[in-house]
Design a protein around this ligand. Structure first.
Ligand code: SF4
Length: 556
C-alpha cells in the first residue's frame, strides 16, 4: 500500500478558518432537546466510561446544534476487563438502528484495537455511515487504523470534527480533503492529510458532557442511560494538555516530535475556566467530595498557580489532588495550592535507579531530589502517592534494592501504586527493548498488547519465580500494606537471598493480588479480621470507626 503526499499545507491554528467556528460554538449553549432534521452523529468510547474525548465531542456537537449520541461501550476495569459479549454487541446494534447516524466516530487507544475491530464490524452490519477513528492509536499509526476505519483523525480532533459537521450539514458523507483527516484513495493508497495545529486557547473547547442527554452506557451485559459519573465522589478534570517531558515509555515521546511547529504543546485552561468547570460539577454531582486534576503540568506555572489558588479558595472549591513530575514541583506553588485545598499529589518515581530512570526511561530527577521534594510535600501537609513501574527488563536486582531503600526513606505512611511495564508499538522504550532482544515482535501484536494492558496494568506479581529480582519486586508490591512484617521482609531480602523468606514474600504477594483483584471472600475476611485485630492491639480504633460510619452511611 503506497502513500500519497499531504493534499494541503498545515495551517496555523491562529489562521485556521475553523477556529472562528470553534469560538462561535464555545459561546453557544448546548441543546437540551435534540435538534430535529439535521445530521446525526454517534461517538463511541471503548472501555472507558470516563473518556474525556467522547464526552468532549458529544458536548462540542451539542453546542454546534448537531444531534449527537455518545455510547460508552464497556468500562475500564483495571486488570479485570470483561470480554465483549453478544448481548452487548446486540445493544450497540439496537442503538445504531434507532439512531441511524450519518457518521460514527470511535476513540481508539492501542490496547483496544481488537475491541475497535469488533465494534466497527458490528457498526458496518447495521449502517453504511462512514466510520472515523481518532485517539492515540490512529494518531501514532494512521495507516494501520485505516485497516479498520474509513477515515482517521491524526492529532487533536476538535477542528476536524467541526469540519465534519459542516460536510454533514451540506448533505455530504465524503470527508476527503479535510486537513488532519487521513483516508485511502480508490487505489487503496493512504492519503496523508497531515494534522491540524494545536488549539492554543483551551477555553474555547467546551467542558466535557456529564449527565447530559443521549449518553448510553453498556457494561456487564446491560445498557443504561444514567451517567455513573454523576454518582461519583470524584470530579475528574483535565485543566490542560501536553507535557514538557518525553519519557521513553509514554506517548508524549512521539506526540512532542510530531507536533513540532504546530504551536505550543503544553497548554492550560485559564484558572477561571477550570474553576467554573469544577463548580458546575459540584452543583450537579450530589456526592462530589473532591476534585482530581489529571494533568502533568498542573501547578507548574507560577502566575497561573497563584491566580488559580486564590480564586479556587474564594470560590470554595472542594479539596483536590493532582499529579506532577517531581522535578517540576516548587515549594511556593505547593504552599499556594495547599491553601486552596491540595491534599495529595501523585508523584512518579518509576525506577529506584537514577541511571535507569534517566538513561532508559528518559525521565528527569535523581533519588536525592525525589526525596527532597517528597519531604517538602509532607512538611506542607500533602500526602505523597508514588508510582513505580515493575517488570521493567532494564531494571536489575540492584535497581530494586535502590527502590526499596528510596521508598523506605520516603515520608510514611507511604501510598504506592505499582504498574507493569507496557510495550506500545513505536515507543522509544519498545524500540530499545526490541533492539536489545528483551522482547520480540510477537510481544507487540494487537492481541498481545491488549492482553497485557487489560489484565496486567497494575503489576500482577510473578509468584512462580524465586530469583532475586522477582522477590524484590514482589516485596515492593507488598509495601502498600505498610506493615512491620513487609518492611522487615523487604529489608532482609535486600541484605541477602533466603529461599524461606522468598517463599513468604511470594505467598504474601499472591494473597495481596487475590484480595485486590480476585475478591476471594475467605482471604478478604481473613485480612479484615487481621486489620481489626491490629487496630484493637494498638488501641487505634479511629480507622475502624470511620469505615463503619462510611459503610453505615452508604447503606442508609
Ligand atoms: S512526565 Fe508523565 S506525561 Fe510527561 S512524558 Fe513522562 S510519563 Fe508522559
Amino acid at each position: 500500500m503506497g502513500y500519497i503526499a499531504s493534499m494541503s499545507m498545515p495551517v496555523s491554528s491562529d489562521t485556521d478558518q475553523t477556529l472562528a467556528q470553534l469560538a462561535k460554538v464555545a459561546a453557544t449553549p448546548p441543546w437540551t432537546s435534540s435538534p430535529a432534521g439535521g445530521p446525526r452523529v454517534l461517538f463511541i468510547s471503548l472501555y472507558c466510561f470516563k473518556s474525556f474525548p467522547v464526552r468532549g465531542f458529544h458536548q462540542l456537537a451539542r453546542q454546534s446544534g448537531i444531534d449527537s449520541h455518545a455510547v460508552f461501550f464497556k468500562d475500564n476495569l483495571t486488570n479485570r476487563h470483561t470480554p465483549i459479549t453478544e448481548d452487548e454487541i446486540g445493544y450497540l446494534k439496537a442503538l445504531l438502528r434507532r439512531i441511524d447516524p450519518d457518521m460514527v466516530a470511535v476513540s481508539v487507544l492501542a490496547p483496544y484495537v481488537p475491541a475497535a475491530r469488533r465494534v466497527i464490524a458490528a457498526v458496518r452490519e447495521i449502517t453504511d455511515a462512514p466510520v472515523v477513528a481518532g485517539g492515540k492509536h490512529p494518531t501514532i499509526s494512521p495507516d494501520e487504523a485505516l485497516g479498520y476505519a474509513d477515515y482517521v483523525c491524526k492529532g487533536e480532533g476538535e477542528l476536524v470534527v467541526l469540519d465534519l459537521f459542516e460536510r454533514l450539514r451540506a448533505g455530504s458523507r465524503d470527508f476527503s480533503g479535510i486537513q488532519g483527516l487521513w483516508h485511502r484513495d480508490a487505489e487503496g493508497r493512504t492519503v496523508d492529510m497531515g494534522q491540524r495545529m494545536l488549539i492554543q486557547d483551551l477555553d474555547l473547547i467546551p467542558f466535557e458532557a456529564y449527565g447530559e442527554p443521549q449518553m448510553h452506557f453498556i457494561e456487564y451485559g446491560r445498557l443504561y442511560e444514567s451517567d455513573p459519573e454523576m454518582e461519583a465522589e470524584e470530579i475528574l478534570v483535565m485543566a490542560g494538555r501536553g507535557c514538557v517531558y518525553m519519557c521513553s515509555y509514554c506517548v508524549n515521546s512521539l506526540l512532542i516530535p510530531m507536533n513540532r511547529g504546530n504551536g505550543r504543546f503544553v497548554r492550560l485552561r485559564s484558572p477561571a475556566n477550570v474553576i467554573a468547570q469544577v463548580m458546575d460539577r459540584m452543583a450537579r454531582q450530589p456526592k462530589a467530595r473532591f476534585a482530581s486534576f489529571n494533568d502533568e503540568v498542573f501547578g507548574v506555572f507560577d502566575d497561573w498557580t497563584r491566580e488559580f489558588s486564590e480564586a479556587y479558595r474564594q470560590a470554595g472549591g472542594p479539596p483536590f489532588n493532582c499529579e506532577l513530575v517531581p522535578k517540576l514541583i516548587k515549594e511556593k506553588n505547593v504552599r499556594a495550592l495547599v491553601e486552596a485545598g491540595l491534599y495529595e499529589m501523585h508523584f512518579g518515581i518509576q525506577s529506584g535507579s537514577d541511571e535507569i530512570r534517566t538513561d532508559v526511561l528518559k525521565r528527569p530527577g535523581k533519588n536525592v531530589e525525589l526525596l527532597e521534594k517528597a519531604r517538602m510535600l509532607a512538611e506542607c501537609g500533602v500526602q505523597v502517592q508514588c508510582d513505580l513501574i515493575l517488570g521493567n527488563p532494564f531494571d536489575t536486582a540492584e535497581a530494586q534494592e535502590e527502590s526499596i531503600r528510596l521508598l523506605a526513606a520516603m515520608p510514611q505512611p507511604l501510598k504506592l501504586n505499582t504498574y507493569l511495564m507496557q510495550y506500545f508499538p513505536h515507543y522509544p522504550l519498545t524500540e530499545r527493548a526490541l533492539k536489545e532482544g528483551l522482547i520480540s515482535a510477537a510481544d507487540l501484536t494487537e492481541d498481545k498488547v491488549a492482553d497485557r494492558t487489560l489484565y496486567n496494568w497494575i503489576y500482577k506479581p510473578d509468584v512462580t519465580h524465586f530469583d532475586r529480582k522477582t522477590i524484590l519486586e514482589n516485596c515492593i508490591y507488598l509495601i502498600p500494606w505498610n506493615t512491620a512484617l513487609v518492611w522487615w521482609l523487604a529489608k532482609r531480602s535486600c541484605e541477602r537471598s533466603n529461599p524461606v523468606l522468598g517463599a513468604m514474600v511470594n505467598g504474601l504477594a499472591a494473597w495481596r493480588y487475590q484480595l485486590d483483584f480476585c475478591a476471594n471472600p475467605a482471604l478478604v475476611w481473613l485480612r479484615r479480621l487481621w486489620l481489626v485485630g491490629r487496630m484493637a492491639a494498638t488501641g487505634d480504633l479511629g480507622g475502624l470507626r470511620r469505615r463503619l460510619a462510611a459503610r453505615l452511611a452508604r447503606s442508609t
